[in-house]
Design a binder for this molecule. Sequence first.
Ligand code: SF4
Ligand code: MG
Length: 336
Amino acid sequence: MAQLLEVDQLKVSFRSHGGEVQAVRGVSFNIGHGEVLAVVGESGCGKSVTAQAIMKLLPKRGCRIKQGSIHFDGKDLLKLSGKEMKQIKGSQISMVFQDPMTSLNPTMKIGIQIAEGIIKHKGLNKTQAKARALELLKLAGIPNPESRYNQYPHELSGGMRQRVLIAIALACDPKLLIADEPTTALDVTIQAQILDLMKDLQHKFGTSIMLITHDLGVVAEMAQNVIVMYAGIVVESGTVADILERPKHPYTMGLLNSLPNYEEGEKERLIPIEGSPPDLYDPPKGCPFAARCEFAMEICVGELPEPFAVNDGHHSRCWLNDPRAPKVTEFAAAGR
Ligand code: SF4
Ligand code: MG
């Protein structure tokens, strides 16, 4: 079956005082029907900009999609009119953001905010929409939906607000849910509850999810496949097991080393990745990770590696995966 979402060679840049920031530099990935794809990387790597490009939420001023295509359910989103896109956004792709307070309308009862979308996109009348909204509040794990329906966002806790946002996002049975750091603003216990809820609803509705996160624990919990982004490019992609257990890119290895290993029952020494990502006003022509990479070779500085196939579906944009590259023992050991 064709993929639900196909992003191909996407390039996005922003114009500002200092020149042009090349935020996304040729990103390609697919999301299948019912698949959860995690998009991982530090802030500024282009994860959110990629999501905004899909949702056509990029700022109009100074921002340009320079290249690429985004196909959703067979349609090229970049070629749709504003009106056609609006239709798709309300009913087929929805988005959940990090901060539920700014995404909700503070002056409107939460029940009405859910019902509004249902009336607009599903053509139900007010009574039917209210019934559906109550059902969604219940599905989202909100106790006493009847009394919550008439509350305003400030009367709810952060976790409850995020549940409301998820209810709004699912109100029109979207095929794709884009969740940008959906649990980052919440404390750990609530994070786990929200992730459980998302997983539950994903199973129930078969919704595909593009899950943006910098948290590899969330990835292990939720996703089937992962892309790792660094400095506007995808440096590694594969299944969750490929990425978390058999990483083949030094940046991914670095991310894993900086993750606390709670399962071992002890606090292991965390090794942060030294240095910072390159300036995207003037990105390096070679591997963008070279300045921070302990395995860097001469070729790394001069030439951007292609995505080498490690195995079926697992790709790494690192010269060490070139069959001609010298065998580096520590690299092989780190990658297992
Ligand atoms: Fe390191 Fe070179 Fe691989 Fe880049 S291409 S990650 S610099 S070894
Ligand atoms: Mg972001």
